[in-house]
Ligand binder design. Structure first.
Ligand SMILES: [Zn+2]
Length: 394
């Protein structure tokens, strides 16, 4: 039985004094691949350095989660179409961050189905790219698409993988069992003049990155810098994302083994981080989620049919953390796609005759909800449109 272990030491500062965040000890929780896990979210914030860490006795990555159960992350209806712009934007962000750097070979650590590799191969057309991916299904699909893939965790591949001039890993470190070990492993496989580019959520402002039970760590820039320097890496650049909704709350660092790299990289100033402000904001954010189920249920209480607009990771969160609302959902709707999302049918928006007695609840990124609401109003949608960005601000 998974339970909280408050005696775990902080990955960043090695202290073991924790402030438990809301939902730390009551389950279930949700993974980024859409699984509902019969264990609490289990997150605590370190009283000493402010990092958020999952404090449960077992972490999902210790079992077969990433090798066997993660591929559903990429199987959401329309995911490849809807997410393509994010993979392309991430590749462009990495490429522009690297300036004149010309790697002879590249590794994508945690490459999934190769969607970022595809974008990177357009930007580095003459450079071989190797993917490392533990999910057997995702690795198989990436291989079938012609990519050079090693089906393995980074840890298990270390002795045979060789070295690379450029290693990038997008949204992987927060899933690892130990970011310190992960960075140390990356350092061992980057060439002497090579670069590591790492993107992950920037947790300076609270966001849904805290809501996933497969994300074990919430790292602000200050935590990334400390971990990198502890293992002997030099952070050459820190960057906030381009102003795109699909890269909101992300951060990028460029690191190397050697500080004497003959290139200069643009760098921004990481936002300041206050532990006390952060605890307050995180509590408020999570408490917003805790009140959302009742809010949505009330909002649809007099409706004949309830449609959840979207079938993205935000809908995973609604399904997991707003179970009473989810029971009332008749179907998910997306523009021009049909299929199945968890236990609900997905219907193309264009095929439904909405009436004034129906509700369309936006199951999407809160940041986008005002503009999506306007788009639906412009389509003269008869149904009531329910937003919740005022309950869970982003
Ligand atoms: Zn700490």
């Amino acid at each position: 039985m998974t339970s909280i272990n408050k005696k775990v030491c902080c990955e960043v500062c090695d202290e073991c004094s924790w402030h438990l965040l809301p939902w730390a000890e009551s389950g279930p929780s949700v993974t980024t691949s859409g699984m509902i896990v019969d264990a609490s979210l289990g997150k605590g914030q370190c009283n000493s350095c402010g990092v958020v860490q999952r404090l449960t006795t077992e972490l999902l990555g210790q079992g077969t989660f990433y090798t066997q159960n993660y591929h559903t992350y990429f199987s959401r209806v329309g995911a490849e179409t809807f997410d393509r712009s994010r993979y392309a934007a991430t590749a462009m962000w990495m490429k522009s961050s690297l300036g004149k750097f010309c790697p002879q070979n590249i590794a994508d650590v945690g490459c999934g189905r190769g969607w970022t590799m595809k974008e990177m191969s357009l930007l580095f057309p003459d450079t071989p790219i190797t993917g490392i991916e533990p999910s057997e299904e995702d690795a198989r699909l990436a291989s079938e698409n012609g990519f050079d893939i090693i089906t393995s965790t980074l840890e298990a591949a270390m002795s045979t993988v060789g070295t690379f001039d450029l290693i990038y890993c997008n949204n992987v470190i927060q899933h690892s069992l130990s970011p310190r070990k992960f960075l140390s492993n990356l350092m061992q496989i980057v060439s002497d003049n090579g670069l590591i580019v790492l993107t992950c959520p920037d947790v300076t402002r609270p966001s849904n990155e805290m809501m996933w039970s497969d994300q074990n760590f919430s790292l602000a820039p200050v935590h990334l810098f400390k971990l990198a320097s502890d293992v002997g890496l030099h952070v050459l650049s820190w960057q906030m994302p381009p102003s795109l909704v699909n890269l909101a709350n992300k951060q990028l660092i460029i690191a190397s083994k050697d500080s004497r790299i003959p290139f200069t990289f643009c760098s921004g100033d990481p936002p300041s981080f206050s532990i006390s402000e952060n605890i307050e904001e995180r509590n408020q954010y999570l408490e917003g989620w805790q009140s959302l189920d009742n809010y949505l249920c009330q909002s649809v209480s007099d409706k004949t049919a309830v449609y959840n607009f979207g079938a993205s990771m935000w809908s995973y969160l609604l399904r997991g953390y707003c179970p009473k609302y989810w029971q009332k959902v008749d179907a998910c709707v997306i523009d021009e796609f049909s299929g199945q999302f968890m236990d609900k049918a997905v219907m193309p928006y264009q095929g439904i005759e909405f009436t004034r007695k129906d509700a369309v609840v936006l199951g999407t990124e809160p940041l986008n909800q005002p503009s999506l609401e306007q788009t639906l109003r412009d389509r003269c949608l008869a149904a009531s449109i329910i937003t919740w960005n005022q309950i869970v601000p982003q």
